[in-house]
Design a protein around this ligand. Structure first.
Ligand SMILES: Cc1cc2nc3c(=O)[nH]c(=O)nc-3n(C[C@H](O)[C@H](O)[C@H](O)COP(=O)(O)OP(=O)(O)OC[C@H]3O[C@@H](n4cnc5c(N)ncnc54)[C@H](O)[C@@H]3O)c2cc1C
Length: 310
């Protein structure tokens, strides 16, 4: 971005745009370089104006939720990181007319969503308990756990396309698959309408507690991470394959393949993105040698390498 472009962005977005923002504060890995700019908004019309400008100027952009599925390389992110972290994007409305719909802003955290669901007596999303993402991130990743996925509970999404035009897509237009929703590149999800089921707050609360308990038993806590690094290959578990390759507990700099769940890499403190990427390469290579399976990444690695720092 040149100085003219930065000035223009300031004119459109005022103090909501900041430059050279470390992304370790905006990702659950707590690692990686800085974003050239970070735009935090709660205003849909301003968002559309910013996106229109970025598209016209050819400036790259990345929407982030909680950064819980992202690894930012050490050289940082070129262009603008967009956070839908205020205003209407943090709001939850409903239930709607049939008593089973809930409209949530894309920036609502999954924990706030679940509290709202419980208090309103709306069931279906309890399996998301303990996933530290946002509504937008969970829908575009089709987040899932314990055999359930987000996609089937989505009735409609409101979006802004890469040129800044708002639109709506109903369930029949949404193509969900394992950890993915097929949308035009650059599409921003701004709000999601869920279709849920009526149940008592007590039973919803019990299910949330049960999912949290199962998660605590099997997953590391207390360290930076991005959840599962690799997708589970059909009929198998990435964690099991990494464990069988003898890599549990293997470390590189400040990063370690978790000794509790081998598909997690944890930041023990001060890990660089390149420490984490080295472990990812090692796991992939050793699993390929040992079992012939080529593991596919579940996390998304974004940004520039250290030698091309933004
Ligand atoms: C401890 C831990 C446990 C986890 N457990 C699970 C699990 O059980 N199941 C599971 O599926 N995942 C799990 N995850 C991964 C992660 O939390 C989910 O993928 C989550 O849905 C990502 O949400 P996010 O808001 O953090 O998205 P981010 O990580 O910020 O972004 C992920 C992707 O979504 C895009 N994106 C985010 N918001 C929007 C938006 N509004 N519009 C368009 N694109 C957007 C980003 O550009 C990026 O490509 C776990 C992560 C951690 C750290």
């Amino acid at each position: 971005m040149d100085e003219q472009q930065k000035l223009r962005l300031r004119q459109i977005a005022g103090p909501r745009i900041r430059f050279h923002v470390p992304m370790d504060r905006h990702t659950t890995f707590k690692a990686g370089g800085s974003a050239e700019a970070l735009y935090r908004t709660g205003d849909p019309e301003e968002l559309e104006r910013v996106i229109t400008f970025l598209e016209k100027e050819g400036i790259p952009r990345l929407v982030a939720g909680r950064g819980s599925n992202l690894l930012v390389r050490d050289g940082g992110i070129r262009g603008v990181v967009i956070l839908l972290a205020d205003g209407v994007f943090k709001r939850i409305e409903g239930p709607g007319t049939d008593g089973e719909e809930l409209l949530a802003g894309a920036g609502v955290s999954l924990s706030d969503l679940l509290i709202s669901c419980r208090d309103r007596g709306l069931s279906g999303l309890e399996f998301l308990a303990g996933i530290p993402g946002t509504v937008g991130g969970a829908v575009i990743m089709n987040a899932g756990a314990f055999g359930k996925e987000t996609g089937p509970l989505v009735r409609e999404v409101k979006t802004v396309d890469r040129s800044g035009h708002p639109s709506e897509m109903d369930a029949s237009m949404l193509r969900f698959s394992y950890r993915s929703l097929d949308l035009e590149p650059g599409t921003v999800i701004t709000q999601v309408l869920f279709h849920l089921y009526r149940d008592s707050p007590e039973r919803i609360s019990q299910r949330i507690a049960e999912f949290l308990r199962r998660r605590r038993e099997t997953q590391p806590s207390g360290y930076g991470s991005a959840g599962s690094i690799f997708k589970n290959p059909p009929g198998n578990h990435a964690g099991r394959l990494i464990e069988e390759a003898g890599l549990k507990g293997r470390s590189m700099g400040g990063a370690m393949i978790s000794d509790k769940h081998a598909n997690f890499i944890v930041n023990l403190g001060g890990a660089t993105a390149s420490d984490i990427i080295s472990l990812i390469r090692l796991a992939r290579e050793e699993v390929r040698k040992k079992s012939g399976v080529l593991l596919d990444l579940e996390i998304q690695i974004v940004g520039e390498p250290q030698d091309q720092k933004v």
